[in-house]
Design a protein around this ligand. Structure first.
Ligand SMILES: Nc1ncnc2c1ncn2[C@@H]1O[C@H](COP(=O)(O)OP(=O)(O)OP(=O)(O)O)[C@@H](O)[C@H]1O
Ligand SMILES: [Mg+2]
Length: 267
């Protein structure tokens, strides 16, 4: 670790929060893993285990109490605010909720990062180019027919696909997905899984998929991290995952065997 071309590295990251009722809750304890450039890493674990907290460390929204988070070759604590925002522009985030602008059409949501980038660069915006890019992105996620729809008219699954297209619009070096298949039906979960897989095969972007959907993780990941009680219970390749006889891994893996299974927190 360290010398290789990893886009993200966690070195013994520990993070705790102060509880309102007093005391502290240790969420991450000496968490170490890495994400090689161009690979997809799935972070698996039960609800509340610290998956989203881990993601927030990657974009510097949270800072470790101890340990180091290295992104794009530098310790995040060495980034100043300006460099952090620059870094965040290079990381596409797909939130659980989709976090779309409800007053903008699907096409305008996807165009947003393009307009924003032009604005920040003080560049002239070529409307035809924007339209062409948006169309191609919507095609990539199979949503071209929804270009003029409003996000609120779409199902949760389709909204996530729009959010993915919008994340891709800024041509990020890395995409972070937070629970892309929660709160959608099994068919939609399969569709999103297939989409993430397709994007992976087409763009080879460094990706982190945070999920408790073991099927999603097993299908898309080049490596899996399993968090359990604040620690990394497993970090390895899919082959090692399949071979592992650790009880935590086995119990998660068995979820995949259940017909139509959606782990714990999905309604
Ligand atoms: N900013 C914060 N302040 C205090 N506690 C927090 C904060 N963010 C997260 N936590 C706590 O840290 C723990 C882990 O939260 P996190 O959101 O990372 O879980 P998760 O693994 O993403 O769960 P889920 O699968 O439900 O999304 C939770 O107990 C949560 O209450
Ligand atoms: Mg979460």
């Amino acid at each position: 670790m360290g010398q290789t071309d990893n886009f993200i590295e966690f070195h013994q990251v520990t993070k705790s929060f102060f509880l309102a009722e007093g005391g502290q809750q240790i969420v991450l304890e000496e968490v170490s893993f890495f994400v090689p450039r161009g690979e997809t890493v799935a972070i698996l674990g039960r609800s509340g285990v610290g998956k989203s907290v881990t993601l927030k460390h990657i974009i510097g929204f949270l800072k470790p109490d101890s340990g180091r988070v290295i992104v794009a070759g530098r310790d995040l604590s060495d980034y100043d605010e300006e460099q952090l925002s620059e870094l965040r522009r290079r990381i596409g985030l797909v939130f659980q909720s989709g976090a779309l602008f409800d007053s903008l059409t699907v096409a305008e949501n996807v165009a947003f990062p393009l307009r924003e980038r032009a604005r920040l660069d003080g560049a002239e915006l070529d409307e035809e180019e924007v339209e062409r890019r948006v169309h191609s992105l919507l095609e990539t996620v199979d949503l071209d027919e929804y270009a003029d729809a409003m996000p609120t008219d779409l199902s949760m699954g389709l909204r996530r696909a729009v959010a993915i297209a919008r994340a891709l619009a800024s041509e990020p070096d890395c995409i972070l997905y937070d629970e892309p298949t929660t709160m959608v039906d099994p068919l939609m979960a399969q569709m999103i899984t297939a989409l993430i897989l397709r994007l992976k095969e087409r763009f080879h972007k460094t990706s982190v998929v945070v999920t408790h959907d073991v099927r999603l993780a097993e299908r898309v990941a080049d490596r899996l991290v399993m968090l359990h009680q604040g620690r990394v219970a497993f970090f390895g390749t899919p082959e090692e995952w399949q071979r592992s006889n650790q009880p935590e891994v086995e119990s998660f893996r068995s979820l995949d065997a259940l017909p139509g299974a959606q782990p714990a927190t999905s309604p």
